[in-house]
Design a protein around this ligand. Structure first.
Ligand code: GAL
Length: 952
């Protein structure tokens, strides 16, 4: 095929460039010093300096607009994360054996470079198996036709995964921190705990080393020690830093507000004595197993959960490397979804929504993330110590053996608020915790140039700005707070804002501040220590108004704006890149005299009593979206007609397959056997009628959410739900996805040819979570077909995805006629189509319209396509924005009614084409969708249109 030659050429060009770095990577290499990564039982170290790795998981393949990758990376960084964890999805890059694409939305070299530019380390997870609710768990579907058990050292599988790793490893190797790039850790396999093969696990590592990977190798174990048969802590296949996955709230989002973990232990266990504790995936959201909608998943894993479980884990486990799954979930566009667990959206209830909006949970990550960053020097080396006590509350503590800093976890395990006294180092500190709350308090700590003795406010951050320390502490609104600092001489204390009582004890040097957390109190302490201190005492909400960024001239602290992306300070001007969702004040603490935001000077800036600059910023401009009108409609499915020419279709006549599933009838009709792996497939079965035919009996396995439609001699017989087959542990289902359709009297005539046409809506492919080959090799398509009363055999032909789109890739399109004929593409000329009617017949009908956008420039507007009302039961809609398949809507598919249209695919300044394939199981009324704004901020990142063909 023409396309595969193009791709092959591409692969050869890449291979031919030898693994020489791309020019940009080479430039990075020259600019940035090369680092050395080591570790001990406490933490990772970079050039001998301990580091606390805080990562958020991000899937580039779920955001098909590379310019927007930067938006997400900057948002993660702004929350205090210093790393991102990345799966690489083999299936996403390889539509066929030997064919690999790393261009456009698949340009992972660009992704790794971008992470470096943004200032994030990366934890790379190239599988080969990744799970991740992505089709096949990352296995390309063509692997189903390769002999040898997957995730083992069987020769067939070995040759296949070596092909993938030979592609991806060299790209990763170039970007390691050891060569001046972003890659800090290399993860092999995924939750590889049962049916394991140590030789395979070892080979993955040997291949990585041979490809020049010299950063530590890790793996992620699931989910609690009792279930592990392999921990990869020693012996053949052992990794240097085994990590552990924990999902305390599990995945039933209908339980939001009703459950409070822990599913498993919720505490990351130590697996090796000589390597740090690594929380490889700590729950940051959930898949929506029971169609509750992702808002419920965000609630299940909301701010309360995030306050309690991650903080508990930090102190109880001593983890110094952690990653939240997911930081940003994204979209299962095309046929990316593994259908048993997910539908189009992979929002995940994450801290950043699928529409790239920041949530309350994001602010909780930020409060904790800034703290981890600020305290990393002490937190990266701690041992368990005796904890101070507080009646009615649960406490635990760790201590740094070198600088003696103490970290105390205070938790309220119950649901009612508890007010108690924390007895810590001879101090009686009043402390109040609402139900299910947790705090990490710090004592004996060198806070910049200050000595923090103890206290009951949590530290969000402390920075040294222009020769002065600024510390931002916080507590729940309305609760009591105490902070005790120590000074050799009585300091001058000025309360600039709020109510704070202070007392100084010359005998101990302790300055005690007592207050109620409320609004934002400001206290200036000077003359007592080496540097003055501006103490900011906030609540969860007022603390969250702050942002920090590093500049060459030291850190900058900003109050206000809705996102600080980065800052520079030069010639007395603090230049911020920031987003605003509404007009409001901005206050900047920097060694500067003036402020500019997104290139525009902030004219009203003035100096405050706190020494900051205060100005005000405009909000975003109003956004006007056009109504979607002028729909045109066209009937499809010529394949159903008896006279349709299928002579170029593939003959489906195999007797055997590598699936562990035995077909109900022969020949084998499994679509993967004939090279059709994605979305819908058509079958046409011919036989000579006997006249005595009574019923058509079919079986199909589509994966959850799929169905199939049946025609005989052009007459629609009906539809059935596709089968799911069963889990490996359960007995085999002899009759999966059954459909029995009565043959109408008089339709078939003895001795005349008859044609059976079947459209199967295959969903994505199953995963291989338990490494048993069974679930993963489960077929798609028809698995049985006979006509009761027929005397002649049926000869079958099959057709699926036609030409693979060179930009949108092998997972964008299935084999609907309209997809094969380019009806989904923006350049298709639909002028001959009729004006749309509200109703469609059973079968496939296409609708198309266009719309022009002129969104405000310099503004990040997130647009979604909204279908009003609950998803319909009798039909499903697959829609394409400018040719990109961005969603599937229908009651059989999931609860989703809003579908995000990412900028880059959405042309924000120009014409857009929207196409919808409606697959109806009976006559249906179709309601057309509308465009809605799901977020708009002044700011954002520049986004270019992702190039892709306009027509076939
Ligand atoms: C983990 C797995 C991830 C993802 C997650 C659930 O067990 O490692 O890939 O599947 O569960 O979303």
């Amino acid at each position: 095929m023409k396309f595969s030659r193009v791709l092959l050429a591409l692969v050869l060009v890449m291979a031919g460039s030898g693994l020489a770095a791309s020019p940009a990577a080479a430039a990075t290499e020259h600019k940035v010093p090369k680092h050395k990564v080591t570790y001990d039982k406490y933490s990772l170290m970079l050039d001998g300096r301990r580091i606390l790795v805080q990562a958020a998981e991000f899937h580039y393949f779920r955001l098909p607009s590379p310019d927007l990758w930067r938006d997400i990376l900057e948002k993660e960084k702004a929350a205090g994360f210093n790393a991102i964890s990345l799966y690489f999805d083999w299936a996403f890059h390889s539509p066929k054996p030997g064919v690999y694409d790393f261009t456009g939305v698949r340009d992972v070299d660009r992704l790794l470079r971008m992470a470096d530019e943004v200032g994030l380390w990366t934890i790379v997870r190239p599988g080969p198996y990744i799970n991740a609710e992505t089709s096949g768990g990352g296995f390309p579907a063509w692997l189903k036709t390769v002999p040898g058990r997957a995730r083992s050292s069987a020769p067939g599988y070995t040759a296949a995964y070596r092909e993938w790793l030979a592609q991806i490893n060299p790209i990763i190797a170039e970007h390691q921190v050891t060569r001046g790039g972003s890659v800090l850790l290399y993860n092999v396999e995924n939750e590889y705990a049962v049916n394991t093969d140590a030789a395979y696990m070892q080979d993955l590592q040997d291949l990585a080393r041979a490809a020049g990977i010299d950063v530590p190798i890790t793996t992620n174990l699931c989910c609690d020690a009792a279930d592990w048969s392999s921990t990869w802590a020693s012996g053949l296949g052992a990794v240097q830093i085994p990590g552990v996955d924990d999902y305390p709230q599990s995945f039933d989002c209908t339980n939001a507000g009703k459950v409070w973990g822990p599913w498993g232990t919720g505490i990351t266990e130590r697996v090796r004595e000589d390597s740090p504790v690594y929380a490889a995936e700590y729950q940051g959201g959930a898949i929506d197993l029971n169609n509750a909608g992702y808002d419920k998943c965000r609630e299940l894993t909301g701010v309360d959960y995030t306050r309690y479980f991650p903080k508990s884990n930090l102190i109880l486990s001593g983890a110094t490397a952690l990653s939240y799954y997911m930081g940003y979930g994204g979209t299962n566009w095309g046929w990316l979804a593994q259908p048993n667990d997910v539908y189009t959206s992979y929002d995940y209830g994450a801290a950043i929504t699928e529409a790239r909006q920041l949530t309350d949970k994001y602010q909780e990550y930020k409060r904790q993330g800034y703290f981890l960053r600020a305290a990393a020097g002490s937190l990266t080396k701690t041992d368990v110590t005796t904890a101070p006590t507080a009646e009615g509350l649960n406490t635990a503590a760790r201590i740094n053996p070198d600088d003696q800093t103490q970290f105390v976890l205070v938790r309220n395990e119950g649901v009612d608020q508890v007010s108690s006294t924390l007895n810590w180092g001879g101090h009686a500190l009043p402390v109040t915790l609402p139900g299910h709350d947790a705090k990490v308090l710090v004592g004996g700590y060198r806070m910049g140039g200050q000595h923090l003795v103890t206290g009951t406010s949590e530290i969000m951050t402390h920075e040294t700005v222009a020769g002065r320390d600024i510390a931002l502490l916080y507590g729940r609104d309305g609760t009591a707070g105490t902070t005790i600092l120590r000074y050799p001489a009585r300091p001058r204390v000025t309360v600039l804002d709020g109510k704070v009582r202070t007392s100084y004890d010359p005998a101990t040097g302790d300055l005690r501040l007592d207050y109620t957390h409320q609004g934002l109190a400001r206290v200036l302490v000077s003359g007592g220590g080496p540097r003055p201190l501006l103490l900011l005492l906030g609540t969860d909400a007022t603390a969250a108004q702050f942002w920090r960024a590093d500049t060459a001239a030291g850190p900058v602290l900003v109050r206000g704006t809705d996102l600080l992306r980065s800052a520079t300070v030069s010639r007395g001007v603090a230049a911020l890149r920031a987003d605003t969702a509404a007009a409001g004040p901005v206050e900047v603490f920097a060694d500067a005299r003036a402020i500019s935001v997104n290139g525009s000077p902030v004219a009203t800036a003035r100096r405050t009593a706190s020494g900051s600059l205060l100005g005000s910023l405009p909000g975003p401009r109003a956004v006007h979206l056009p109504a979607l009108s002028g729909w045109r409609q066209h009937a499809e499915a010529p394949e159903a007609a008896p006279g349709f020419d299928d002579s170029r279709w593939t003959v489906a006549g195999k007797d055997t397959s590598l699936s562990l599933f035995q077909p109900v009838t022969l020949p084998v009709l499994f679509s993967d056997e004939y090279g059709f792996h994605t979305g819908s497939v058509w079958y046409r079965g011919r036989f000579t009628a006997s006249g005595g035919e009574t019923a058509v009996s079919l079986n199909a396995i589509t994966g959850k959410r799929g169905n199939y439609l049946v025609w005989l001699n052009g007459q629609y017989l009906g539809s059935a739900a596709g089968g799911v087959e069963l889990d490996s542990e359960e007995p085999r289902n002899p009759n999966p996805g059954p459909g029995r359709f009565t043959v109408p009297a008089g339709l078939l005539e003895a001795g005349k040819p008859a044609v059976l046409s079947v459209l199967v809506q295959n969903m994505g492919h199953n995963d291989d979570w338990t490494a048993d080959d069974n679930r993963f090799r489960q077929p798609r398509g028809l698995v049985g077909g006979l006509v009761e009363g027929a005397t002649a055999p049926i000869t079958w032909r099959i057709q699926g995805t036609g030409r693979i789109d060179p930009a949108r890739g092998g997972m964008n399109n299935g084999g609907l006629y309209g997809e094969r004929a380019g009806w989904s593409l923006p350049g298709f000329d639909d002028r001959a189509w009729a004006r749309a009617a509200a109703t469609v017949p059973a079968g496939v009908t296409w609708l198309r319209t266009g719309f022009r956008l002129d969104l405000p420039k310099g503004q990040d507007t997130s647009v979604a396509l909204r279908f009003d009302g609950p998803p319909p039961a009798g039909h499903r809609v697959i829609f394409y924005l400018n040719g990109w398949q961005l969603g599937q809507y229908g009651a059989d598919i999931g609860p989703q009614t809003d579908f995000v249209l990412p900028a880059g695919l959405l042309r924000e300044d120009g014409r857009n084409a929207l196409a919808m394939a409606v697959i109806a199981t009976g006559p249906a009324t179709v309601s057309t969708p509308r465009l809605v704004v799901v977020g708009s901020q002044r700011g954002g990142v520049p986004v270019r249109t992702v190039p892709a063909p306009e027509r076939l």
